[in-house]
Ligand binder design. Structure first.
Ligand code: GLA
Length: 383
C-alpha cells in the first residue's frame, strides 16, 4: 500500500501522524525444504508481497496495534508487564516478538502500530515471518535497540518457537530480514552465512496457491522435526546436515521406516540445493526441472508433507509445460503453494492448464501469482 495512504489511516486511528514505516516481505523457497532445522542449505527469495507497519513511539507503557486486515479488532498490552497470550492470533505475533525482546533483555516502552499486509495467508509464503520481522524492525527502530538484521530473524524464529509453539527453522525469518531484489539467497543454516544467486532475467517465478484448507500443520511439522532429530541421534551425528547416504544405509536397520525416509529426504535435498544454484547460474531449465521434480517426489514419498491438491498442481503444471518448466511444492507443506520456474511466454500455458483442470479435479480454485524477488526488511523514518 502507498505509504501516504497507510499514514493517513494511522492518523485516522490514533489522531496524529506516524513517525516511521517498517516493511518486510513474504518469501518463496526455490528448493531446500525442511533442511533449515537440520542446519542444512535452503535457497529462498523474498517476494514483492510485504507486511507494512506504520508506527510511532509514545510516552507511556502501552503497546497498541491495529491491522487493516482485521478491521474492528485491535490488541493492547503493557510493555513492561509479563507478556502472555492475548485475544487474537495475529496480535499474538506482536506479543511474541515483544516477549522475546524482553527475554533477551531489551527495554520496551509504549508504541502505536498499524499493520497491513498483502502476503497471502495460509499459502506457505511466510505471512507470519513477514509479520514477525516487520514488527521486530519497528520495535528495533522505535526503541533504538541496535539489533542486526540477522538477530531480527533469530528473534522472529524464537517468537515462533517459544510463544507460537511452532518449532520452525530460520529460513523464513532470515530471508524476510535479508532478501535481495532479483536474487535468491543460499543460506547455510548452520552458520547463517548467505550467498546471493541471481535469478536469470528471463526466468519467471510463478506461485500457484492450492487454497487447500491446511490441517494439523503444526503437530505434523513438529513431528517431522522430531523424526529428523531421532534419525540424527541414531546416525551418531549432531544434525542431519552431517549425515551421508552411505552412513544412512549402513545403519538402516536401527532406524524406523519414517526416520529413514525423513533422513533420506534431508540428505538428498541438501545436495539438490547446491546443484540448483549451479543450474540457476547456467540458466539451465532442464537441470532445474530435474532438481525440482526430484525435490517434490522426495517431499511426497519420503518426507510425506504433500497433499493430493499440491501433487495435483505439480502434475497439471508439469504436464502442461514438459521440458519448458520446473515445478514443485514449496514451503511448510500440508497444502499451500507450488512454485513454477518458466519463461514468460509459457505463463499463459500454466494458467490455462490450472484453469482447465484444477477445480474440476479438486473442487478448489487456485490463485496464480507471478512474482519478483523482492527486498528484505527496510525501516524508514517519515519526514
Ligand atoms: C516452514 C518453516 C521453515 C521451514 C519450511 C520447510 O516454512 O517455517 O522454517 O522449515 O517450513 O522448508
Amino acid at each position: 500500500m502507498e505509504a501516504s495512504l497507510l499514514a493517513s489511516k494511522f492518523t485516522d486511528i490514533y489522531g496524529h501522524q506516524p513517525s516511521a514505516l517498517s516493511t518486510a516481505p513474504g518469501r518463496v523457497n526455490l528448493i531446500g525444504e525442511f533442511t533449515d532445522y537440520n542446519l542444512g542449505y535452503v535457497l529462498p527469495c523474498a517476494l514483492n508481497f510485504t507486511t507494512q507497519v506504520m508506527f510511532k513511539p509514545t510516552s507511556d507503557n502501552t503497546i497498541t496495534v491495529y491491522s487493516l486486515n482485521y478491521p474492528g479488532e485491535h490488541d493492547r498490552f503493557a510493555a513492561k508487564d509479563d507478556i502472555v497470550e492475548g485475544p487474537s492470533q495475529w496480535g499474538n505475533y506482536v506479543r511474541a516478538v515483544a516477549y522475546v525482546l524482553r527475554r533477551r533483555g531489551y527495554e520496551l516502552a509504549g508504541v502505536e502500530l498499524l499493520i497491513t499486509s498483502d502476503v497471502p495467508q495460509g499459502a506457505g509464503l511466510s505471512s507470519s515471518a513477514a509479520l514477525e520481522v516487520s514488527i521486530a524492525g519497528a520495535f528495533n527502530h522505535a526503541f533504538n535497540l541496535g539489533i542486526s538484521a540477522q538477530d531480527i530473524a533469530l528473534i522472529g524464529q524464537q517468537a515462533e518457537n517459544e510463544f507460537m509453539h511452532c518449532q520452525c527453522g530460520i529460513m523464513d525469518q532470515l530471508i524476510s530480514a535479508k532478501g535481495e531484489p532479483g536474487s535468491a539467497l543460499k543460506i547455510d543454516c548452520r552458520d547463517l552465512s548467505t550467498e546471493s544467486v541471481a535469478i536469470p532475467d528471463d526466468l519467471s517465478l510463478v506461485i500457484v496457491n492450492s487454497n487447500y484448507p491446511r490441517k494439523l500443520v503444526e503437530s505434523e511439522y513438529n513431528q517431522r522435526r522430531l523424526d529428523c532429530e531421532n534419525a540424527a541421534d541414531k546416525l551418531g551425528v549432531e544434525t542431519l546436515r552431517d549425515a551421508t547416504l552411505e552412513r544412512l544405509n549402513a545403519v538402516k536397520a536401527a532406524l524406523t521406516d519414517n526416520e529413514y525416509k525423513r533422513a533420506h529426504h534431508v540428505i538428498t535435498e541438501n545436495e539438490r540445493v547446491v546443484n540448483t544454484m549451479q543450474a540457476l547460474r547456467d540458466n539451465d531449465m532442464s537441470a532445474l526441472r530435474k532438481l525440482l521434480t526430484a525435490s517434490h517426489v522426495s517431499l511426497r514419498d519420503n518426507f510425506e508433507v504433500t497433499v493430493p491438491a499440491t501433487d495435483g498442481l505439480v502434475e497439471i503444471i508439469g504436464g502442461a509445460l514438459g521440458e519448458r518448466g520446473a515445478v514443485r511444492m514449496t514451503g511448510g507443506g500440508f497444502g499451500g503453494a507450488v512454485i513454477c520456474l518458466c519463461r514468460e511466454q509459457d505463463i499463459a500455458d500454466v494458467k490455462a492448464a490450472v484453469d482447465a483442470q484444477y477445480e474440476a479435479k479438486f473442487g478448489l480454485k487456485a490463485d496464480i501469482f507471478v512474482c519478483q524477488a523482492g527486498t528484505g526488511l527496510s525501516v524508514q523514518t517519515l519526514t
